[in-house]
Design a protein around this ligand. Structure first.
Ligand code: FNR
Ligand code: 8K6
Length: 345
């Protein structure tokens, strides 16, 4: 357990106070204009003793929205709002990255009165959570020019994050959202340079990584990935070759870290020969962040067994703003319950 509380050097720019990260947690509490609020600043500041906070997923532009009241990073007002958050976290000695998000086909015109865009015209079957009357639509397939514009918009949002005082950004490439939709065969049916082969299917993710790295420095960039499809899209055994290629390419770059996107890391995937975390460890050479139903104890065991380097904690940090001090002092934790999502504590 002691190792978890020791500082951890990510690179020449970033050393974390400990090996805990706050997992990105959508809370749907942004104010009008999708501007972060004072309450959000106080919520994050209460958790500033965590080595690195990853913000709730934050949309890079209006058509990236898929849930009500998720914050953005594209307007001057949003940048100002985030300054309160980053300022409050820094005042308590913490570090915070912004998670950059576009939901692709999981958007709905309800939010932005524009088209729903995705790699291919394949709908996700279902309805928007918390807004069950909204059925997911068949998206329009992006043109190459629109894909290039999206890459540019990700880079602009990353620059906005730095302007807003964030220590870096985590690219949300996981959980079946836009970037992940390019990486899986069930949602990417393209036959141009963005589909059809592992190299082509990885192209968008790598273009976003490279554009953001060029803008703010790779040492300030993390990437979240879900090599095992488990939510919002179906897996396909051919996806394995896509992630093999993507991770080999990422090994030639120097990102701050790769972070698994999953809810429960005990899940196994046939086409990954087991857990997604073990697959990432075997194929990615850089710092790896584990996540998914871990306690501090089970995380410490996993880190000792060299299964990953850092641990992201999600639901327990919703239930326990003082998670770190409780764990340190071996005090009991308040169990998480979905009802806690109604309030920012
Ligand atoms: C999440 N998760 C999530 N993941 C992500 O990449 N971006 C996000 O905005 C969110 N939002 C979110 C909201 C809520 C309410 C939950 C419960 C989860 C997934 C989260 O980061 C994490 O992977 C899981 O919660 C698993 O970790 P724990 O909770 O078992 O520690
Ligand atoms: C990423 C956007 C999230 C929007 C809010 C989600 C609220 C989720 C409540 C979480 C409960 C966790 C249950 C595990 C889900 C497994 C996924 C297959």
């Amino acid at each position: 357990m002691d190792t978890l509380f020791q500082p951890y050097r990510l690179n020449g720019t970033l050393t974390l106070a400990n090996r805990f990260m706050m997992a990105p947690l959508t809370r749907c509490m942004a104010g009008p204009g999708l501007v972060p609020t004072e309450q959000m600043a106080a919520y994050y500041a209460r958790r500033a003793d965590i080595g690195l906070i990853i913000s709730e997923a934050t949309i890079i532009r209006p058509d990236g929205q898929g849930y009500p009241n998720t914050p953005g990073l594209y307007s001057p007002e949003q940048i100002e709002g985030w300054k309160q958050v980053t300022g409050a976290v820094h005042a308590k000695g913490g570090k915070i990255f912004a998670q950059l998000w576009h939901v692709g086909r999981l958007s709905h015109p309800f939010f932005h009165h524009a088209e729903v865009l995705a790699p291919s015209a394949v709908a996700h079957e279902g309805t928007v959570p918390r807004m069950r009357e909204l059925v997911y639509q068949v998206p329009r397939a992006l043109t190459v020019a629109e894909i290039e514009q999206l890459v540019e918009d990700y880079a602009t949002a990353a620059a906005n994050a730095i302007e807003a005082g964030f220590d870096g950004v985590e690219i949300h490439g996981a959980n079946g959202y836009l970037i992940d939709q390019f990486l899986h065969h069930s949602s990417n049916l393209r036959d141009d340079q963005y589909g059809g082969t592992p190299e082509n299917m990885s192209r968008f993710a790598l273009a976003v990584v490279d554009a953001i790295s060029a803008r703010i420095g790779a040492e300030r960039v993390g990437l979240r990935l879900s090599p095992g499809a488990y939510v919002h899209l179906a897996g396909d055994k051919r996806d394995r070759a896509v992630f093999d290629h993507l991770l080999a390419e990422l090994n030639r770059r120097t990102l701050a870290y790769v972070h698994l996107g999953i809810f429960d890391d005990s899940l196994t995937f046939d086409y990954l020969d087991g857990r997604a975390s073990d697959y990432l460890r075997a194929h990615y050479d850089g710092h790896l962040v584990g996540v998914g139903n871990y306690s501090a104890e089970t995380a410490a065991e996993a880190i000792k067994a060299d299964r990953f380097d850092l641990i992201a904690i999600g639901r327990p940090l919703i239930a326990n703003p003082d998670y770190l001090s409780k764990v340190k002092q071996a005090e009991p934790l308040v169990p998480y319950a979905d009802a806690m999502l109604a309030e920012l504590v």
